[in-house]
Ligand binder design. Structure first.
Ligand SMILES: Cc1cc2nc3c(=O)[nH]c(=O)nc-3n(C[C@H](O)[C@H](O)[C@H](O)COP(=O)(O)OP(=O)(O)OC[C@H]3O[C@@H](n4cnc5c(N)ncnc54)[C@H](O)[C@@H]3O)c2cc1C
Length: 374
């Protein structure tokens, strides 16, 4: 059943407005939520809008509650959304730890709000944005510094850029923005309502996700390990990349650093950069099991996993047996976390199996398809 927010107990004007304070002052913000933006949702019945937000958030398993009369909030892992009734309208405030996260949240809100009213979504004016045509806050135009081979199966690409501090936080992935071969790149821009506009048609960008393997935000560089596979557009791009070439990147996003007393990490070549980075940051007392499946034994690399974690390298013979290997691991009932990434169909199987047969909740697992076999 859809949650309703517009029931009794709401006032038409908020305490904050009555007290002459603006919405920012009425939301002290959570620790680490340093970035804020606001927009007024005018010309629509606030009660109907509140019901819409409540239902949409509930559909995505996200919280939505009335914090005080006339004030509503949804505090999510990636940020927070606040709604304040003021003078016959709703004031929407978004908060996040980084500009990139704030912009990602805004993009999602606009996308969903357009389902309620395309005109309302198109007419939003945000407090933090200068106007149409600017680069999205999570876009970086970087320069290639080097392409090396840390092992026969990877190309390690180092990129230089400015303002990389948001890339050195809790999210370790980003997307490369690759223009069609032989065409100059058209980068995404902001629309007047703050949404990211992507080039379309012949100018559409290929946007594969990668994992930041190393980063020095102060020195202004990050690097990632790209698995060389047949037919890969990103592989062809990296092989042709020369120092000084411009590279568009958007991020960071998705996938944090799991931490639990017992951890299972299982993945293939595309997941190894993330597994290696997570392993380096685990507390020394972490116990568990790491399974890495490769097509070529030459791709093995030293893993800085805690001593209490068993590291198992498996070589793929024809079909992948990654999921079967993960299934065979004895997962404890508590204090556990399962991290699994690989081909999409296997990840889907693994997600269902670990949830149904091992009772893993979303808080105890990250199970993600990193590529799709075609
Ligand atoms: C969160 C996240 C993090 C990721 N991190 C990394 C990373 O750090 N390093 C990395 O190398 N990859 C990583 N990946 C995987 C990478 O995004 C995909 O492999 C992507 O498809 C590569 O794009 P492409 O241009 O090379 O291939 P595409 O041009 O998209 O696909 C071309 C062909 O290659 C096939 N293909 C794609 N990936 C593979 C593969 N792994 N093995 C065999 N065939 C494949 C496709 O099925 C298709 O037939 C990550 C993915 C996600 C979602």
């Amino acid at each position: 059943m859809r949650a309703a927010a517009s029931g009794s107990g709401m006032t038409s004007a908020s305490d904050a407005v009555a007290a002459g304070r603006g919405p920012a002052a009425s939301f002290p913000g959570r620790t680490g939520m340093r970035h804020t933006t606001s927009a007024t949702l005018a010309g629509h019945d606030p009660a109907g809008l509140l019901d819409f937000f409540a239902a949409e958030l509930a559909d995505h398993g996200l919280p939505f509650e009335q914090a005080q009369p006339g004030r509503y909030q949804s505090v999510m892992p990636a940020g927070a959304l606040y709604l304040l009734r003021e003078q016959g309208a709703l004031r929407l405030t978004l908060q996040a730890g980084g500009l990139a996260q704030l912009h990602g949240l805004r993009d999602l809100v606009i996308e969903h709000l357009a389902e309620y009213s395309a005109d309302l979504a198109a007419g939003l004016v945000w407090s933090d944005l200068a106007g149409a045509g600017a680069a999205p806050p999570n876009f970086r135009l970087m320069r290639a510094l080097s392409v090396t081979r840390p092992s026969p199966i990877y190309l390690r690409v180092r990129l230089a850029g400015e303002d990389l501090h948001s890339f050195d936080a809790d999210e370790m992935h980003f997307r490369l923005l690759l223009p069609p071969a032989g065409r100059p790149a058209q980068w995404p821009v902001l629309s007047a309502n703050g949404q990211t506009l992507w080039p379309k048609g012949d100018a559409a960008l290929h946007r594969p996700a990668y994992t930041i393997r190393h980063i020095d935000a102060k020195a202004g560089w990050l690097e990632f390990d790209l698995f060389r596979h047949a037919g890969g557009r990103a592989t062809a791009w990296a092989e042709a990349l020369r120092p000084g070439d411009a590279v568009g990147v958007i991020g960071p996003g998705g996938g944090g650093f799991p931490c639990a007393p017992w951890l299972l990490m299982a993945g293939d070549e595309t997941a190894l950069p993330a597994i290696a980075r997570i392993a380096e940051r685990l507390p020394a007392q972490t116990r568990g099991h790491v399974i890495v499946e490769l097509g070529d034994a030459a791709g093995r690399q030293p893993l800085a996993a805690p001593a209490g974690m068993r590291v198992e390298w498996r070589i793929r013979r024809g079909h992948s047996a990654l999921f079967a290997a993960a299934q065979a691991v004895a997962v404890p009932d508590t204090g556990r976390y399962v991290w699994f990434a690989g081909e999409k169909a296997q990840a889907q199987q693994a997600r269902s199996w670990f949830r149904e047969s091992r009772g893993l909740t979303a808080d105890e697992s990250y199970i993600s398809g990193y590529w799709k076999a075609r």
